[in-house]
Design a protein around this ligand. Structure first.
Ligand code: G3I
Length: 349
């Protein structure tokens, strides 16, 4: 049986077969599911969940339950959704996801506590003093993490805090609180739920580059200061037209060596439309490359796709002329990418 360490040696051959072979039906036996393939690999297979789709689309709902053992709220745990008015929290949509996960034997990744995006207007438009903002941030983190205590096993505590060149991103938090807001956010989250694993999370940080170097240095620094940081999240928003980061395993391995967990948190692989067989094959390779890096690492614990079907993907709305970024078509048919994920997991069991 292949182990996590020798999976790379056999995966290339299997992939070549996988992407060309007939795909199993969506409603196959339990053994045909992604979560069955992932079982025993040490890596959870997750998806972002669109709560409107979960409520209204029975086929979508059935696939979330059958194929994945981890879920992330695509939007409903973000600040604008959770605390739309200061001090008034709307837990209902996020609670529905937590209940769904419990009913289906899934864990929940929390996304996200501190971000420069999708913040409520009361927060960004009102002129608060730095002292007030610090109190607001503390209250938000503590209230949200406490609400989900024991129910959310990992939190993206800070999201996208670095620029591409490795300097800290200019945000309301950096401007008003200075760089110490990051350590504070981790400490407050840890106080609210000491068992939750607390993550940094970003995009374009999968391979070794200025941004991931900055995360490496920050992780080392925070750990040496005793700040409760447990994980490094790589979103994994890739595109076949850009190729795939070759140094991803080396990057994951250096965080491994620091003693923190790693996770791929938002994987999708977009392409310039129209779709063709070559692009789909390349897409399968992209999904598989990140998964292989995760399986090869000692402490990579989960691999989450950012939506599993083109029916609800965020990509076409943001990247003009691009799409088909997920492992299932709009009709919920599995693509070669879905089979690439499946076979990469199977080989690692
Ligand atoms: O909630 C409003 C709704 O009331 C309104 O009717 C509708 C009209 O457009 O918009 C709704 O808000 C949208 C929101 O998703 C919820 O559906 C926003 O317009 C839309 O911009 C927002 O997009 C989300 C995006 O983050 C915002 O930055 C995407 O769904 C979500 O997939 C995406 O996720 C991010 C991760 O959190 C962080 N990493 C990158 C990733 C992709 O951008």
């Amino acid at each position: 049986m292949a182990t996590r360490r020798n999976v790379l040696a056999v995966v290339a051959l299997a992939l070549a077969t996988a992407v060309s072979s007939a795909a199993p039906a969506v409603a196959g036996s339990d053994n045909d599911t992604l979560r069955a393939a992932a079982r025993g690999s040490g890596v959870r297979i997750g998806t972002a969940v669109d709560m409107n789709a979960l409520a209204n689309d029975a086929e979508y709902r059935a696939l979330v339950a059958a194929q994945f053992d981890s879920v992330t709220a695509e939007n409903v745990m973000k600040w604008e959704a959770i605390e739309p008015q200061q001090g008034q929290y709307d837990w209902a949509p996020a609670d529905r996801l937590v209940d769904f996960a419990k009913a289906n034997g899934q864990v929940v990744r929390g996304h996200t506590l501190v971000w420069h995006n999708q913040n409520p207007s009361w927060l960004t438009e009102d002129a608060f003093t730095p002292a007030q903002l610090r109190q607001i941030l503390r209250d938000h983190i503590k209230t949200q993490v406490r609400h989900f205590k024991g129910k959310v096993y990992q939190w993206d505590v800070v999201n996208e805090v670095f620029n591409e060149d490795g300097t800290l991103r200019d945000t309301i938090w950096l401007r008003n609180l200075g760089p110490g807001y990051i350590a504070d956010a981790f400490r407050w989250a840890h106080e609210a739920d000491p068992k939750a694993k607390l993550y940094l999370n970003d995009y374009n940080n999968e391979g070794i580059n200025a941004k991931s170097d900055a995360y490496y240095a920050l992780t080392k620094q925070l750990r040496s200061q005793g700040v409760p940081i447990h994980g490094y999240g790589m979103q994994g928003h890739l595109g076949v037209q850009y190729g795939f980061p070759g140094s991803v395993f080396d990057n994951v391995r250096r965080f491994d060596a620091l003693g923190v967990q790693t996770a791929f948190t938002e994987v999708d692989v977009r392409m310039i439309l129209p779709v063709d067989a070559t692009k789909e094959q390349a897409q399968g390779y992209g999904f598989s490359t990140l998964l292989q890096a995760c399986l090869l690492a000692r402490h990579c614990v989960s691999y989450t796709v950012w939506g599993f079907t083109d029916r609800y993907s965020w990509v076409p709305g943001v990247f003009d002329g691009q799409g088909s970024a997920t492992p299932y078509t709009e009709a919920l048919e599995p693509k070669p990418a879905r089979e690439a994920i499946f076979h990469t997991f199977q080989l690692a069991r």
